[in-house]
Design a protein around this ligand. Sequence first.
Ligand code: NOJ
Length: 570
Amino acid sequence: METDATEAAAELPEPERAAERPWWRDAVVYQVYIRSFADANGDGTGDLAGVRAHLPYLAALGVDALWFNPWYPSPLADAGYDIVDYRSIEPAFGTLSEAEQLIAEARALGLRTIVDIVPNHVSSQHPWFTEALVAPAGSAARRRFWFRPGKGAEGELPPNEWQSIFGGPAWTRVADGEWYLHLFAPEQPDLNWERLEVWEEHEDILRFWFDRGVAGVRIDSAALLVKDPELPEELPDAAPGEHPFTDRDSLHDVYRRWRAVADSYVEPRVLVGEVWLPDAERLARYLRPDELHTAFNFDFLACPWEPGPMRTSIESALASHAPVDAPATWVLSNHDVTRSVTRYGRADTGFAFETKREGTPTDLLRGKRRARAAALLAMALPGSMYIYQGEELGLPEVENIPPEKRQDPMWLRSGGVDPGRDGCRVALPWSGTKPPYGFSPSHNVRLWLDHQPDDWAPLSVEAQTADPGSMLSLYRAGLRIRHLAPWGVGSQLSWLDYGDDVIAFERGEGFLCIVNFGSQPLELPEGVDVLMGSAELVGDKLSQDTTVWLIQTTDRAAFDPEQTRTQHSS
Ligand code: NOJ
């Protein structure tokens, strides 16, 4: 059975969207990792001009918004998450005026812009920190950060045992003997959110970008900002809200202030939190009506490709978001985690930073098949969705980057034990048969991360555009149908029972999404049309690791009297 999904979608009517329904509740947001997206000036690093040149590609893909990883001036100790100036653009990427043009051009194509804000820490080269370094202990300049005397007879030991998320102590000693806190790299000193000027500075930064037409912000490390000023040791059994630097209750006051800023615009701006919390109820507290709008669903991202855990993850997200009336988000990858094609090709298909290792046996064909099925599952769920650049191309993790070319502090600070995140940050292949695959106009340039695989020609945008069976074609067709919302805008789902190996649900009137995880081919229900599938049906059955979107034949007339979809009724 074959389905020309694009043709089928073309016949679906545009859905009725209530004028007042906020765009972000169902948005598809595409994550642009600028350094690796497209290089226009030929220096081997992606730039804003490269993004502008490819805006039509992004509009045609069918996404609603672009989230840019930090684009500010940065020494790049942590790939731009170490910011020197929050109101300017990294010169390697372009200028502020180019950013303004990009925001306007994107919007003209229907793409909103979300910028990354990093409030937990600044670069050690940020003027506040360089001022603090030369200021005396106890000064106002130092109180913007967490400076403390050390322990031990000579103060030679860190003030406490906190460990950096990138490995090693979370404290570094400065020339006069004091120590400062950095939950990440030493080049990323943590700000002290006990200080009012830290609050004021960030609210001003928000306005700076909102005034330039930015539609929202992605908030980095959003649960870490507030620390217990006593800086006590971490206790393994700390109650929720009582950990010394994660998810502290007073953090919500910060976001209430930010929400007021966001809501003060005629088109209210949107706050998206990067909140890594295992407790779904605690996460939902950030999404109360006067706080953030949405948060990344890392539970879904990290979930193994297994029907039980997947269904539990979806149920838990929907159940925890409902009381605060926030949409769930569906995220399969980002710039910090192993790419889904690789992850899903392993025996352990879940993700955890602690166990992330390279060289694990991986079946990439299987991983790709599952990633395709996961993409259609995510697209059909109620809420918004994130796509990390290259996910639509089915790029695998690049695992054999030579040590001397690696750049990620996770790799460097773990002494190479943790492979870090370079493998998901390799430059995109656009066209051609060999590196740099159209990423840069210069053929001999050394890319910032100098390791594009030799076998990526079939994965390029050019190659996949010509192939109706490609991952890119799947994303284009799926997003097109998603935009038409055959389930009815904003509808919820009802679970269907097709056995333990299957996730199946109905949305709206007569739309069905079925995912078969099991080895036993699954008979489709009667009286349905296939809208599209992640793989072809085999003898009218859904084979393993396949998702299919169905619409009841009786409802077909509501969409399209033509026979553009494959009928499956007997
Ligand atoms: C989360 C970001 O996604 C990650 O890339 C970064 O290293 C840390 N926050 C620190 O800013």
